[in-house]
Design a protein around this ligand. Structure first.
Ligand SMILES: [Zn+2]
Length: 666
């Protein structure tokens, strides 16, 4: 039987089989169509909790969340206060062996192109590009996206997995220009404004203090009497002829430029571009959007690869935090879609370049575009969603379609660059559901963080188990001195247990009683309009082991909500609403326009072609199956099984799928 010699894993966060089939039939996804034709496609049951950090680890280890240790999007450490959580995306959170480590022992070389949750690199032998992957922030970035306006704007709400709060929208003043040289002719008196912000930085363990040195850029505003002010020039030294100064045409991106930033670890060069979003003809109203500022080095192994990729392909940008500028009304959908497209093109080009020019046996990449856009816009296409607006439906469809089309470019780049000897595994980590919450108040179970008065925490507060106090930036925070139970992350309620938590107030003797009380409160939660119960399942953590949820990183109580109930209503004046979600639910739910099942497509030597598997596979099956097909042992902590039915011809008895007798398929 033909046996694959190499492996290419293409990760598309949040992709579903329904959308892939639908858009492929419409002719939008030529590359995914050819992959489906060549291979076997199947729905896939995610591990629980159904989050990104958890499942991308499972895909490359074959282990359940409790086994690999990544049990939520953020993790606490014993002794840290409950509100202090570390991003689960650091690779050292994973306790299970990765496929690339198994491969390395067998003398095979791995290439990781932004495979989420894999930074810092776990072994020195792999070639790696970025791979931090937290959807909210990136460890390498010099600055997240920023906005400067002549009037007040909302800043992104704080997020539990991201570094400490930093205001990211700044109000600027406009004044007559002075001290500029080489400005183009303007028959209106030039105006100017200053863009000031503090870059941030992180050490290897996570965010450090808000400690970069303030950076100041200048912007000159020019125009003519006929049309008024209608263009701007960005410069660090007020010299418009400096090659690093760039024109800001209204409504379009500037060219890329660079600047040197003073960070605690020293000087770093960062690349970025800007977009003049708004400029009133009288020069009184201005809004400028600044892209993420990403350094030119520090995000690859080996180190010189970063500069090589920037030179060959262009500036690298991560999509982390991409929805924030849209949620905060800084920019419209077109701007973030342009950023999504930019990154997809970059990744596609990088995949081609690396696969064709570097040595590799195993390749892994992951793209987050679909997940971001689903969170933002999936409800916009579903008439049953409380975020649905018929006037926006076409726009939301356009965004979802365009994003899948971008994913298809990445798939095409990989398919074009690997040979017939390669096993291609395209997979997502979970599906996505449109927010339904058909309650005007928008009942919320999306308890991302303690800063928001979301409904579970609100319920706990009503029953005297949780107390809020006023916090900075207008968001309430938890008063731990009066709090016995709180949701701070994932679908967990944490008990503020004395002796375990630094601000613990629940006596060990009272622990069971408090847990029983919390479960009663959760079980009693009802939709005020229909009377339906909101929770589908609540349990103590020790009862969730059979779901793969166990260990230190799990909260004291685990809950799953019915999929109809979702994300928080937000303060609509300051923030737009998210409209898709996948956390908090069991992994088998399906709506007309949303499904929780992930998708996997296997294609390559010996694999059935053009087939759809009737039953879903389990996420834990992917790694042991891929390993077996390559003739490698399964990763050490793998709990999945080898899927023999993928093969066009069953292997001879006693032989592993790849013909390797060391490991017998079971
Ligand atoms: Zn995800």
């Amino acid at each position: 039987m033909a046996r694959p010699k190499r492996l290419a894993v293409i990760g598309l966060d949040s992709a579903t089989i329904d959308f892939i089939e639908r858009f492929a039939q419409e002719g939008r996804l030529p590359n995914l169509a050819r992959l489906m034709e060549r291979g076997l496609r199947t729905e896939t049951i995610s591990v629980m909790p159904v989050g990104t950090a958890e499942n991308w680890r499972t895909i490359v280890t074959g282990a359940y969340a409790g086994t690999h240790g990544v049990t939520a999007m953020s993790l606490g450490r014993r002794g840290d206060p409950l509100e202090k959580r570390r991003s689960a995306f650091f690779s050292d959170n994973c306790r299970a062996e990765h496929l690339w480590e198994v491969a390395e022992k067998a003398g095979k070389k791995s290439l990781l192109l932004k495979y989420t949750g894999s930074w810092p690199p776990t072994t020195p032998g792999i070639t790696q590009v970025d791979g931090f992957g937290d959807p909210e922030w990136n460890i390498h970035e010099i600055s997240p996206r920023l906005c400067f306006a002549s009037y007040p704007l909302a800043s992104n709400p704080p997020h539990v997995t991201s570094p400490q709060w930093i205001s990211r929208a700044y109000e600027v003043r406009i004044a007559p220009a002075s001290g500029w040289s080489n400005l183009p002719a303007s028959d209106l008196p030039p105006l100017e404004t200053a863009l000031r912000f503090i870059p941030r930085t992180y050490d290897a363990k996570g965010p450090t203090e808000y400690s970069g040195k303030e950076k100041v850029f200048s912007v000159a505003i020019i125009g003519d009497r006929e049309r008024g002010y209608q263009a701007a020039i960005f410069s660090e030294d007020k010299d418009a002829a400096n090659p690093r100064s760039v024109a800001l045409p209204l409504g379009r991106w500037s060219d890329w430029t660079e600047a040197v930033f003073e960070l605690p670890e020293g000087q770093r060069t960062g690349l970025f571009r800007l977009k003049l979003i708004e400029l009133s003809p009288d020069g009184s109203r201005l809004k400028i959007y600044l892209s993420q500022i990403f350094p030119t080095t520090g995000w690859t192994q080996p180190a010189p690869l970063a500069e090589e990729l920037v030179a060959k392909i262009g500036p690298y940008q991560e999509l982390s935090g991409i929805l924030g500028p849209w949620l905060s009304y800084w920019v419209d959908e077109d701007t973030i879609l342009e950023e999504v497209e930019y990154q997809a093109h970059w990744l596609a080009a990088a995949a081609r370049y690396l696969l064709q020019n570097k040595e590799w046996d195993l390749f892994f990449t992951q793209w987050h575009g679909i997940d971001h856009m689903d969170h933002g816009f999936l409800g916009g296409i579903d008439p049953f969603s409380n975020t649905y607006d018929p006037d926006r439906e076409a726009l939301c469809w356009h965004i979802i379609e365009k994003t899948y089309e971008q994913a298809d470019l990445i798939v095409g780049a990989v398919l074009d660059s690997v040979g017939d000897d390669t096993l291609v595994v395209l997979t997502s980590d979970h599906g996505h559901l449109p927010v339904r919450a058909n309650l005007r108040m928008g009942l919320s179970l999306g308890i991302k963080e303690s800063y928001h008065r979301d409904d579970v925490n609100e319920q706990l507060a009503r029953h005297g188990l949780l107390a809020f106090q006023d916090g900075p930036y207008g968001f309430p925070v938890v008063d731990w001195s009066k709090t016995k139970a709180c949701v701070t992350r994932a679908n967990y309620v944490e008990i503020n247990l004395k002796g375990r938590e630094p601000h613990g107030i629940v006596e060990p003797a009272e622990y069971e009683e408090v847990r029983n009380q919390v479960i009663k409160i959760l079980d009693a939660m009802q939709d005020p309009e229909t009377g339906d119960h909101i929770m589908t399942w609540t349990m103590k953590k020790e009862e969730a082991r059979f779901l793969g949820i166990y260990g230190d990183g799990v909260g004291d109580i685990v809950f799953f909500a019915k999929a109809e109930y979702s994300r928080p209503h937000q303060d609509k004046l300051r923030f737009r609403m998210l409209s898709g979600n996948h956390h908090f639910y069991l992994p088998d739910v399906k709506f007309d326009l949303g499904m929780m099942h992930a998708v996997t497509i296997f294609a390559g030597p010996g694999i059935k072609s053009g087939v759809k598997r009737e039953q879903p596979i389990n996420m834990v099956d992917i790694a042991p199956t891929a390993a077996s097909l390559l003739g490698l042992p399964a990763p050490a902590n793998s709990e999945g099984r080898v899927l023999m039915d993928l093969l066009a011809e069953p292997p001879a008895a006693g032989k592993a799928l790849g013909g390797d007798e060391r490991q017998v398929a079971t």
